[in-house]
Design a protein around this ligand. Structure first.
Ligand SMILES: Cc1ncc(COP(=O)(O)O)c(C=O)c1O
Length: 424
């Protein structure tokens, strides 16, 4: 089998390490399932991205939805990143790390009145609106609060990002943003609102995009539109191209930030705008692994199964997107390879981490690492089957930090109680 190996997750004497720490040691300390993140992966990816664009006036807003562990958010924030928050829950988390709201973007296709109000109360840098009705709503709420809301409008450039349909967002058929053919008209209409300062234009065409073409096509379309909007007297200061920059889960050959910069900077230079980026997955995915222990192995007719202690409740992506996460042993052994489904304990056929995987034969108590799990992993974890969500550990060279403990049974109950009158 192929092993995914990098300077952050690598085999030393047949044992898989995160930076300088054997994953086996972490599983002894914290049990399994367990999320492990490499601090230096995240730091290096951030530097790689920001240095690629150093010749243009730009800002990075880490997409908190990809991994909102407080320490992960703080790591990027301390490196100079802003934070793209997609709900007031993420805003709350960002405030908890002491982030300045002036370094936050409030995103989301369906913000409630309370969310808009909270964004305005905290004076976030920009609220991104996704419909004409939403701009009017923001204007009304800002008026009631005696404020002028800084707003960007998300335009749907109608390009095919060539990615999984569930993570494609920039096609005309998707629910996101406003139709590009109506955008100029809408900017003109909204520019006259007295409690809105229309200062940005925004797009986000999808996620896990590995080809440059959709970005080039979308950015050209958006640049032409922005020029028209500016020529009508509207001062667009921020041009936000969203996130979506793809990574290698297996055989993908994604573009590098330097290649993206080469393709886009000449287009950006046609505008006098500050460029915003909202990367999530690129900064975190390959900096994380989910460590799981084999519980049982079995064969049913033609199929082999490896039953592990991690489930769709810990890593949902395989179940909902049929997403591929490479699964490899924490300790390489000389066993023969088998083809097996790696499945979890949850009572759903959709509960699998990998199907038909060629994997070295493993037995109960062996450990497996589910790779590329640093993005859209823990953030999508749930308590289905009353499972406790796993802990998260961050490794920095030879230091280990428990960034979040495993949930307890008390966490599962939170404020739930037996109401005596109901059962009287
Ligand atoms: C508006 C917006 N920005 C940024 C992102 C981050 O995307 P990615 O993690 O693919 O970079 C997303 C993801 O869905 C998004 O919806």
């Amino acid at each position: 089998m192929d092993y995914m190996d990098s300077e952050y997750f690598s085999y030393k004497n047949n044992e898989l390490y995160c930076e300088n720490i054997p994953l086996k040691e972490l599983s002894k300390l914290y049990g399994t399932p367990l999320y492990v993140y490499s601090k230096n992966f995240m730091r290096d990816r951030y530097s790689e991205f920001t240095s690629a664009f150093e010749s243009v006036n730009h800002k990075i807003f880490f997409a908190a939805k990809s991994n909102f562990n407080l320490n992960v958010m703080k790591l990027f924030y301390d490196l100079g990143s802003g934070i793209d928050v997609n709900s007031v829950g993420e805003l709350y988390r960002a405030l908890k790390i002491g982030a300045d709201p002036k370094r936050m973007l409030l995103t989301g296709v369906g913000k409630t009145k309370d969310e808009i109000k909270l964004g305005l109360e905290h004076d976030v840098l920009m609220i991104k609106a996704e419909s004409l009705e939403e701009v009017y709503q923001i204007n009304k709420i800002a008026g009631e609060m005696g404020k002028v809301a800084p707003v960007a409008i998300r335009v749907n450039p109608d390009v095919d990002p060539q990615t999984h349909p569930y993570i494609s967002t920039g096609l005309a058929e998707n629910k996101f943003g406003i139709d590009s053919s109506k955008a100029l008209e809408m900017f003109l209409e909204c520019s006259s609102l007295s409690n809105v300062n229309l200062c940005g234009i925004d797009m986000h065409i999808g996620s896990q995009i590995t080809s440059l073409d959709p970005y080039v096509e979308a950015v050209i379309k958006m640049t032409e539109l922005t020029k028209k909007i500016i020529s009508r007297g509207i001062k667009i200061e921020h041009f936000d191209i969203g996130g979506g920059f793809g990574i290698k889960y297996l055989n993908e050959v994604p573009f590098t930030p330097a290649e993206l910069a080469d393709a886009l900077i000449p287009i950006f230079k046609q505008l006098d705008c500050e460029i915003f980026f909202e990367p999530g997955r690129f900064l975190t995915a390959n900096g994380g692994a989910l460590i799981t222990e084999v519980l049982y192995t079995k064969s049913n007719n033609a199929k082999n199964f490896i039953v592990v202690d991690a489930a769709m409740t810990d890593l949902l992506r395989p179940s909902i997107y049929k997403a591929y996460h490479h699964i490899q042993p924490v300790e390489k052994n000389m066993e023969e390879e088998i083809v097996a489904d790696v499945v979890g304990p949850v009572c759903e056929s959709g509960d699998f981490l990998g199907k038909d995987r060629t994997i070295t034969g493993c037995k109960a108590n062996d450990l497996l690492a589910v790779m590329s799990a640093g993005a859209y992993g823990m953030v999508m974890a749930s308590n289905y089957n009353a499972r406790r969500r796993p802990p998260e550990v961050i490794v920095d060279k030879d230091k280990i930090f428990l960034a979040r403990s495993r949930e307890t049974f008390e966490h599962l109950l939170y404020d739930e109680k037996i109401i005596d009158e109901l059962h009287a």
